[in-house]
Design a binder for this molecule. Structure first.
Ligand code: BTN
Length: 323
């Protein structure tokens, strides 16, 4: 018995006794207990309801590559490379990087859980199974690294477009590419480049989107958070539909970026820029800068109006906070 099979049995959200679970899975009750504990220790909030048995506090849909692919409109679907769903990977982005030149353009790798999910600036991205979405997409480009400036900001815009297609329109962007809603982090984006400085190169775009956070996860996050379950009017959309919306927006948006660069995204970014006219403190290797957020330039650099003039911050390796 493996943890993913147990999660699939509990996915409808109905209580099931240890006995029924053991019967359905064809294993002993001790084996069920072991996997219940394993899922709980990974952050899945399985409740014990006395004689009724075990249950999840809400129904969930297991991610399924076929269902995701079928929900992507044909025009975007034909641009995609591989589309894989794994139960567990160290990191979906590391997996695509390991494939190297073996992976086709616009290949997508998704995992139900990551054992070593990576965030920006060396941070860990907590990745419990069944709750959120962990997805990476490989995009190849011909024009060298210079043509890729602003890519990670453009991906933020792409993510907002995907959310809008799901009826969720209240998220904004914190430079360079945090997606925030109601003051908390809704999604994180990690763009990693490889290849030749002036020739063919590739971007692995990793996205972690919070669909349903538990109290424990919120506590561990170490910063204010938000999830789609809080924002979705009515019921949270099927996780496969959310993945399909994201993949559709990526297929369209990354093709647009290839054609137009960040210039094609500047207006959309400005419309959702949460730092504009906000007093900021920017801390990095060069020291600390204080000033007023003044938007982003056509290459995606953050503009900060300080007492001594306008500054351009183009390294994402800084911390930007409200002053
Ligand atoms: C951030 O720190 O805000 C970026 C978080 C990016 C997390 C995603 S989850 C899918 C992909 N795989 C990873 O290991 N990281 C990214």
């Amino acid at each position: 018995m493996q943890a993913q099979h147990l999660l699939a049995l509990l996915a409808p959200g109905e209580p099931l006794s240890g006995e029924r679970l053991a019967e359905q899975a064809g294993v002993t009750r001790a084996a069920i207990w072991k996997q219940i504990q394993a899922l709980r220790s990974r952050g899945v909030p399985i409740e014990a309801r006395g004689a009724a048995g075990y249950r999840l506090p809400w129904p969930l849909q297991m991610l399924d590559a076929k269902r995701i692919r079928a929900a992507v409109p044909a025009a975007s679907r034909k641009r995609l490379g591989e589309l894989e769903v794994h139960w567990e990977l160290d990191s979906t982005s590391s997996e695509l990087q390991r494939r190297g030149s073996g992976a086709a353009d616009l290949s997508v790798v998704i995992a139900e859980t990551q054992s070593a999910g990576r965030g920006r600036r060396g941070r860990t991205w907590l990745s419990p199974p069944g709750l959120n979405l962990y997805l990476s997409c490989l995009k190849r480009f011909d024009g060298g690294f210079a043509a890729l400036s602003g890519l990670s900001l453009a991906v933020g815009v792409v993510l907002l477009r995907a959310l809008k297609s799901l009826g969720i329109d209240e998220a904004g962007l914190k430079w360079p590419n945090d997606v925030l809603a109601r003051g908390g982090k809704l999604a994180g984006i990690l763009v990693e480049l490889s290849g030749e400085y002036q020739g063919p190169c590739a971007a692995v775009i990793g996205i972690g989107l919070n669909l349903r956070l538990t109290e424990a996860l919120r506590d561990q996050a170490g910063q204010p958070t938000c999830d789609l379950a809080t924002l979705a009017p009515g019921e949270l959309p099927d996780r496969n539909r959310v993945a399909a919306a994201l993949i559709t927006a990526l297929a369209e948006g990354l093709t647009q970026f290839e054609r137009e660069g960040f210039a094609g995204f500047v207006d959309d970014y400005a419309a959702r820029d949460l730092l504009k006219e906000v007093p900021l403190r920017v801390q990095g290797a060069q020291g600390t800068l204080e000033g007023l957020g003044a938007g982003v330039d056509e290459r995606g650099a953050l503009l900060v109006q300080a007492a001594d003039g306008l500054h351009r911050i183009d390294s994402a390796d800084v911390s930007v906070r409200r002053a």
